[in-house]
Design a protein around this ligand. Structure first.
Ligand SMILES: Cc1cc2nc3c(=O)[nH]c(=O)nc-3n(C[C@H](O)[C@H](O)[C@H](O)COP(=O)(O)OP(=O)(O)OC[C@H]3O[C@@H](n4cnc5c(N)ncnc54)[C@H](O)[C@@H]3O)c2cc1C
Length: 294
């Protein structure tokens, strides 16, 4: 039986550390909890939102009118080179556990804050170990179990997700990933560790420090041929600040919360960037983060 809490501040559940209260908030510690929470929301005709680690969202200052379901269903198991995991497990934990099994595939995403559900929602991506191309989590997905809004549960294959750059079919549906299976490959754990170390070092060098400056990662999608960060630098907005929200001086496609930022500050900065880049370069930057609440 899940416990519904009321009026829970969402800021601590996001990497931005921004956002007002949810009317209802529930931690789903198992797949049963997840189903029960969705069914509770439906019965009470309330909107609901599945929250992973909150690394790709901006919650409004007045919070969310409905039920926030924080997914902490974390069980996983290995069978040969297949890893099946519930969707509330973190990618960081699975990288370590896979390495112990000499299984490679997830370490490309080392250092990125994400649950499995959030990773499939947006097709988590990063540069390959040799930095020659972009690798996507969708490439190693074998299949998944999906919960539909009406409570039906179904097995789907990788093609079902229509994975693309920063996208999957989940953007268009209200479906929830309950669990997913990844096809990994056997590799020497020392080699896997080398990739983990290199990716974490790359982030430490190129990104704002999470501990000091909270963010939601890249704010804008890349436009083919131009990096969003480069465009923002070129229009002179690197370091620009509105209220407590700042275009990171370290990486211009990050907006950081310098301590007191509101969602209103972040949105004002996003709009300013969009207008400036449009006026100067006639290019339209599109946010890649999800906005929820009021
Ligand atoms: C410092 C930093 C660096 C980052 N670097 C990268 C990077 O290199 N590459 C990259 O791709 N991303 C990056 N990100 C973005 C972020 O880590 C990813 O988008 C991540 O996948 C978000 O996962 P989450 O669990 O936090 O999802 P949340 O932010 O909690 O949710 C994001 C979306 O996923 C949906 N969702 C969550 N779980 C489920 C589920 N079980 N079923 C259906 N939908 C679900 C939510 O409803 C929401 O719409 C970065 C973020 C930060 C803060």
């Amino acid at each position: 039986m899940v416990t519904m809490q009321q009026n829970v501040l969402l800021a601590p559940y996001t990497t931005f550390h921004i956002g007002g209260p949810a009317d209802y908030f529930v931690i789903a510690a198992s797949l049963e909890d997840l189903k029960e929470a969705v069914s509770w929301a439906n019965k009470n005709t309330m909107p609901y939102f599945i929250l992973g680690t909150g690394a790709n969202i901006l919650v409004g200052d007045r919070g969310y009118r409905g039920v926030i379901i924080k997914n902490e269903a974390k069980l996983y198991e290995f069978a040969g080179n297949l890893l099946t995991t519930q969707s509330g497990q973190t990618i960081a934990e699975l990288i370590q556990r896979s390495k112990e099994q000499s299984l490679s595939g997830l370490e490309d995403f080392a250092g990125i804050i994400s649950t499995v559900g959030g990773a499939l929602w947006q097709n988590l991506h990063f540069l390959s170990a040799d930095r020659s191309k972009t690798v996507y989590i969708g490439d190693i997905v074998e299949g998944a179990t999906i919960l539909y809004e009406n409570g039906r549960v179904e097995e789907v294959n990788k093609a079902y997700f229509q994975f693309g750059y920063d996208t999957s079919v989940l953007h268009k549906t209200k479906e929830i990933v309950m669990s997913a299976t990844f096809r990994l490959t056997f590799k020497n754990p020392d080699e896997i560790q080398k990739t983990i170390d290199a990716n974490i070092a790359w982030r430490a060098e190129k990104h704002p420090k999470d501990a000091i400056h909270c963010s939601a990662g890249s704010i804008f999608r890349k436009i083919e041929g131009y990096g969003a960060g480069r465009l923002i630098e070129q229009v002179g907005l690197r370091g620009y600040q509105i209220g407590g929200a700042q275009i990171s001086p370290v990486h211009a496609n990050f907006i950081v919360n310098t301590g007191s930022a509101t969602a209103h500050d972040v949105i004002s900065l996003i709009q300013l960037v969009q207008k400036t880049v449009k006026d100067h370069m006639n290019l339209e930057l599109e946010p890649e983060i999800t906005f929820i609440g009021e």
